[in-house]
Design a protein around this ligand. Structure first.
Ligand code: DON
Length: 432
């Protein structure tokens, strides 16, 4: 069956291969020395399974695709509050290398433009440029699941010619955003941009973000879910710079592009995409990279705001199993909205039963909010003179720290039905 997806990927690549629009980045000679026709496409599923097509082994420099990862590292090391004090989260609507800060706050508008990215480097605690870079290099490599290399020629060339970034760093120093030596911070920034990746590395790094900070193949946690949530948020609003609105409308995935020709895109919980094609549009995005992402999103339905199923599908079946005993069978993922539907259904019907049995053995995933809501439901039923029984063989509904003894939990529906019958009989007897 995997061939179907592979064929699909090859087909998308073939469709876009003929598009030769755009130009190579040439602000340093090293970036213009690549094969303009290269097109690599990689897709990593949340479990780490990878599909690859075309030039997926070609290494190129990560450039600005590095920015979300350095931002994540700063958040990871010093916390959101300290990072927010120095870097905003507002889209700038400006080009990536604009020499500007937010007029109201005197901070860079966001961490995806160069000003915010250079500020993010300065926030990584470190004793020297080497120390900071070593942390950053290890962090990126952990996202990719392999040790990444560095293109020393690109680094040296960027360092020798980067007057615009130098202007930005000194401007930030004058606004009190940069504490350290601007030259040292720039050195780390130039090195981070020169880290070498393939489209597959970018797909894997994206998949680690899609998994909330866990690298899928090793199962190793690289950073926290809270850091990832914030990082993905700024990728949505600022990752594609002044083309962010168009990107979100057409593709609908948090993403980041770089002038090396890479794009990484994340569908949270599901997958990561990496594309390499070095011909750029006038905003610095890979022309075919953008087109490939558009096609994949449209034909595979990857837009993160697409509403695919109604939340009431959480209730798989609801029926009267015995007189006075109503069974609710739940399935899928129980999160806030689905659980709210369950509660409202049960509340609407509780005049019609004495005992409700909630069957959750087919539930895949349940979050803390849903657990708390369902615990509250059992109390609510008791107060209303009803009883709630649970079929939960795997103990998925247990709220951490709360003993389950308040609820009556059964391993099978048959056992719960027996208990329900005697509860109904006891009630009817006591009613006279
Ligand atoms: O800072 C720079 O100019 C480059 N090293 C990186 C810029 C970049 O990739 C912008 N993204 N599209």
């Amino acid at each position: 069956m995997a061939e179907l997806v592979q064929e699909y990927l090859d087909q998308i690549r073939a469709e876009h291969l003929g598009n030769t629009g755009g130009a190579l980045a040439d602000y340093i000679p090293e970036l213009a020395r690549v094969d303009p026709s290269a097109l690599g496409l990689s897709l990593s599923l949340a479990d780490g399974y990878i599909y690859e097509s075309g030039d997926f082994t070609t290494e190129f420099t990560i450039q600005s695709v590095s920015k979300p990862f350095t931002y994540a590292l700063a958040l990871d090391r010093i916390g959101q509050q300290a990072v927010d004090a120095k870097i905003g989260v507002e889209p700038s609507g400006e080009a990536f290398n604009e020499i500007s800060v937010d007029k109201a706050t005197d901070r860079p508008k966001n961490p995806m433009i160069n000003a915010g990215a250079i500020a993010a480097v300065s926030l990584i605690p470190g004793t020297s440029a080497d120390d900071r870079f070593a942390q950053l290099h290890e962090f990126y490599s952990a996202f990719a699941g392999r040790r990444l290399g560095v293109d020393h020629d690109v680094y040296a060339s960027e360092k020798a010619t980067g007057s615009r970034n130098r202007a930005i760093a000194y401007m930030l120093q004058s606004f009190g955003v940069l504490d350290g030596d601007p030259e040292e911070i720039l050195d780390v920034y130039f090195r981070q941009c020169a880290i070498k990746v393939t489209s597959t590395d970018l797909a894997r790094m994206a998949a680690t973000l899609a998994r909330g900070g866990v690298e899928p193949r090793s199962g190793r946690r690289v950073t926290s879910a809270a850091v990832v949530q914030r990082t993905l948020s700024v990728m949505v609003t600022c990752g594609m710079y002044d083309a962010a609105g168009d990107w979100v409308s057409a593709v609908g995935m948090p993403a980041k592009s770089g002038v090396g020709g890479g794009i990484t895109a994340v569908l949270p919980g599901q997958l990561g995409i990496g594309v390499y094609s070095p011909l750029l549009d006038d905003k610095g995005h890979s022309v075919r990279g953008v087109e490939v992402c558009r096609s994949m999103s449209a034909s595979l339905g990857l837009h993160f705001l697409s509403v695919t199923r109604e939340s009431r599908s959480t209730i798989r079946a609801a029926y009267d199993a015995r007189p006075g005993v109503r069974v609710y069978e739940l399935h899928g993922d129980l999160l806030f909205a689905g659980t709210e539907q369950v509660l409202r259904n049960i509340e609407r019907e509780y005049d019609d039963f004495d005992v409700a049995i909630l069957e959750v053995s087919r539930v895949d995933d349940i979050d803390a909010t849903a657990r708390r809501m369902l615990a509250g439901m059992r109390e609510f039923l008791n107060v209303a003179g009803r009883e709630g029984l649970l079929v939960d063989p795997d103990d998925t509904l247990r709220v951490a720290g709360v003993p389950n003894s308040t609820a009556r939990v059964f391993g099978t529906l048959d056992d719960a039905l027996l208990a329900a019958e005697s509860a109904v009989a006891a009630r009817r007897n006591s009613d006279g």
